[in-house]
Ligand binder design. Sequence first.
Ligand SMILES: Nc1nc2c(ncn2[C@@H]2O[C@H](COP(=O)(O)OP(=O)(O)O)[C@@H](O)[C@H]2O)c(=O)[nH]1
Ligand SMILES: [Mg+2]
Length: 304
Amino acid sequence: MLNKWLNGFKKTQENILGRLNALVKIAPVINDLFYENLEEILVTSDIGVKTSLELVEALKNEVKAGKINETKDAINKLRELILDIVKMNNQELNISKDELSVYLFIGVNGVGKTTTIAKVGNLLQKRGLKIMFCAGDTFRAGAIEQLKVWGESLKIPVISQKEGSDPAAVIFDSIEAAKARGIDVLLIDTAGRLHNKKNLMEEIKKIDKVIQREDGKKPEEIFLLIDSGTGQNAMASAEAFIKNVPDITGLILTKLDGTAKGGMAIPLIKELNIPVKFICLGENVNDIDEFVPEKFIEGILGEV
Ligand SMILES: Nc1nc2c(ncn2[C@@H]2O[C@H](COP(=O)(O)OP(=O)(O)O)[C@@H](O)[C@H]2O)c(=O)[nH]1
Ligand SMILES: [Mg+2]
């Protein structure tokens, strides 16, 4: 599992750590050129201009204060600074003790919502929790079928209605069913594409309201899924969702395995102020891990 997990980070690690190591080799002494090159590596690692400049500035101060002379030690310091960012408001999964917990999964089409529901469901079921899925993406027939197939193979019940039905209705049903059957965590799928973006946002808001009315509380988790491969474009997309759904409790970074752009997580965590709860590193049901800052840094920047 660990090897597979590290393998998922390979492209990002080559992109960031590979280039940092090369820089240390050619520039053993700290000088302006080193900082220029460092800045360039960070910016082109999808860490974003703002966060990259702030990191270099903080590093300069640390170097001054800490009597660091070699670039190798400066890079280790940089790793610590990045870990501090990634640790910001890190939070455990929110699960209510003696009542139903509701997790809502939102994000654009193809980001990995349905697959991630299967992964999270499997993970929590293995911990002994009773899980149920709700096929809240009624926009595409394929989406309902896809969730049912996962449900069958994982032996997790799926509440669904036919394609084109009102998602609010199937969600209402699923909360009733989950309560009646003593389910611990209900995972709700949603559509990622409607006729337009405004429609999608309106629907998510409506779903959020339906859950609060039917369940008598806010969903324990509203996960916004982000495709790591979208790099810095993820920021604008995430901001649009957050503007419309201010209750988002966590981010899930998907498809880290296929990209060298994993550095995007750093400005995302820093600027959005929302914890990352899971990362996904492949298409299989086990290719998921709860977000652990130290492990993440080990993945993208090697051993701490
Ligand atoms: N490589 C990789 N593929 C993924 C990951 N998560 C999802 N996928 C794939 O992305 C595609 C879209 O996933 P899906 O769950 O249907 O997205 P949805 O439209 O948001 O529900 C599928 O082919 C998935 O197998 C991941 O972490 N890594
Ligand atoms: Mg889907």
